[in-house]
Design a protein around this ligand. Structure first.
Ligand code: HMG
Length: 390
């Protein structure tokens, strides 16, 4: 039995800042961002959008051709939690009118947790092939104004329906993992912005990749040459390039030039380059970017994926892109969303970034910005009030 992704969609906020604008304000050469880290634009959520509204928007599209009655499990992966107790997925479950006989859980391990959710869904559907699992990955990446991490912020959500009818990607059973207790990136409960040892985090990412691959190779017996394409966690697009060249070197690939190797990941970078890091969602936005932008039909080809979450956990896993997958992509919806975005000035970006949402529990109505179908309308009696946008 094949199990994997039946439907997949993503959402990123309506607003972005061009990194040229940010570079000018920070007195840096724009090439440092455009070429050095490979980022052109960065999504900036307005105050009335958060992980719930972004996930609901992604889920709305992902569920378009799905019988919602078959979904009995919702897994919500995030490191931008909006409550210490209640799972963000419960708000989304309600906004999307999912069946009440359903379980909803939130998962956390930095950018990795979505992959943990995907693998749990895979095992669950193997046991109950009639049922479907909805996996959300959603995050807002925040490092602090004027910090080295600032140009690697972003925001986005991906939603995937995992079932025994994997019209897009059938997952392979074997995957390779790696865990190590490191402090490369973390966010203590009292902070809104992550703390990061940037250069160290890049080294740990590469180590976790090599170790996860070795574990994967031993378990699966699959070789690097069997993969047509690869997709990586993308904190910034140059990281994906560094990662792929590092893996090729670790494996000892000799018959491909760097250009040929980079062609194996090129289309995965397109959406992330203009939305930025969306932490847990970033690998899956990269996957959508590959499937929607590769001019060749990839049906029947093997895909290798690497998921990384600081702290750290890495996982290399794989799947077979399904014949006819293009018919089930939501390319037009994604294109319209990305093309209708509004560019911010640096002052507007800083205003959104520092927007003074009350932190003492006072009631507050949020100003209405351009959002998707759902928005955070108010904070009232210590509760978050979400609404559908008419
Ligand atoms: P930095 O200090 O701004 O960068 O930090 P830099 O000075 O090393 O420059 C970056 C690159 O730009 C370098 O290229 C420079 O040479 C180049 P490289 O040597 O790496 O190939 N450069 C230029 N290129 C062209 N023209 C120029 C120019 N100037 C410089 N004029 C860093 C960069 C990524 C470390 C920083 O932005 C940061 O800390 N970001 C956040 C951490 C991060 O993204 N880490 C990635 C791995 S960890 C991960 O992926 C997990 C994560 O997603 C979190 C989670 O799991 O939840 C982050």
């Amino acid at each position: 039995m094949n199990v994997g992704i039946e439907s997949i969609s993503f959402y990123s906020s309506h607003y972005y800042i061009d990194l040229k604008t940010l570079a000018e304000r920070r007195n840096l050469p724009p090439e440092k961002f455009y070429q050095g880290i490979g980022q052109e634009k960065m999504a900036v959520p307005p105050p009335d959008e958060d992980i719930v509204t972004m996930a609901a928007n992604a889920g709305f599209n992902a569920l378009k051709n799905i019988d919602k009655g078959k979904i009995d499990t919702v897994l919500f992966a995030t490191e931008s939690g909006i409550d210490q107790s209640k799972a963000a997925g419960i708000y989304v479950h309600s906004l999307l009118e999912l069946p009440q006989n359903c379980r909803v859980v939130e998962l956390k391990q930095a950018c990795y947790s979505g992959t943990g959710g995907l693998q749990m869904a895979f095992a669950y559907v193997h046991t109950y092939p009639q049922r479907k699992v909805l996996v959300f990955t959603a995050d807002v990446a925040r490092y602090g104004l004027c910090s080295a991490g600032e140009p690697t912020q972003g925001a986005g959500a991906a939603a995937m329906v995992i079932s025994a009818e994997p019209k897009i990607l059938a997952l392979d059973a074997e995957s390779g993992f790696y865990t190590q207790d490191v402090m490369d990136f973390w966010r203590p409960n009292y902070r809104d912005e992550a703390l990061v040892d940037g250069k160290y985090s890049v080294r740990v990412y590469l180590k976790a990749l090599a170790e996860s691959w070795t574990d994967y190779r031993q378990k699966s017996g699959k070789a690097f040459a069997e993969f047509e394409k690869f997709a990586y966690h993308l904190p910034f697009t140059r990281m994906g390039e560094k990662a792929h060249l590092h893996l090729a070197k670790t494996v000892g690939v000799q018959n491909l030039t760097d250009d040929q190797l980079l062609a194996q990941i090129r289309e995965t970078l397109i959406y992330n380059r203009i939305t930025g890091n969306s932490y847990a969602a970033s690998l899956y936005i990269g996957l959508i970017s590959l499937l929607e932008n590769c001019p060749r039909d990839l049906g029947g080809k093997n895909l290798g994926l690497f998921s990384y979450g600081s702290g750290c956990v890495g996982e290399f896993f794989s799947g077979v892109i399904q014949k006819g997958y293009r018919e089930f992509l939501l390319k037009e919806e994604h294109k319209t969303m990305l093309e209708s975005r509004t560019e911010l000035t640096c002052d507007e970006y800083e205003y959104f970034y520092t927007f003074p949402l009350p932190s003492d529990g006072s009631d507050f109505e949020l100003p209405r910005n351009k959002t998707g179908r759902f928005r955070l309308a108010a904070l009232k009696d210590h509760k978050r009030i979400y609404e559908r946008v008419p």
